[in-house]
Design a binder for this molecule. Structure first.
Ligand code: SF4
Length: 77
């Protein structure tokens, strides 16, 4: 069970990113795209509480599976 008070940690894999831009559209405070390749730029690996819902939505919408949530719980074997 994840604790909503735990900080949310994000990761982005630019090798998988397809430059679709869903993340930057959905959570512009958290994600951006670089000007040259359009690949994801993670602005805030630990988003502020008010941006966490949008960040989670962006993870779900990414068509390439290039962004992920790393909650402390999910690292357990
Ligand atoms: S939504 Fe996914 S594929 Fe699109 S720019 Fe963001 S990380 Fe890249």
């Amino acid at each position: 069970m994840s604790d909503p008070r735990q900080p949310l940690r994000l990761s982005a894999d630019r090798d998988r990113c397809a430059g679709a831009g869903m993340c930057a559209l959905t959570a512009p405070e958290v994600f951006d795209q670089d000007d040259e390749e359009g690949l994801v730029v993670l602005l805030h690996p630990v988003p502020a509480p008010e941006h966490q819902a949008a960040a989670r939505m962006a993870v779900g919408l990414c068509p390439a599976g290039a962004i992920a949530l790393d909650s402390p719980d999910s690292t357990a074997p």
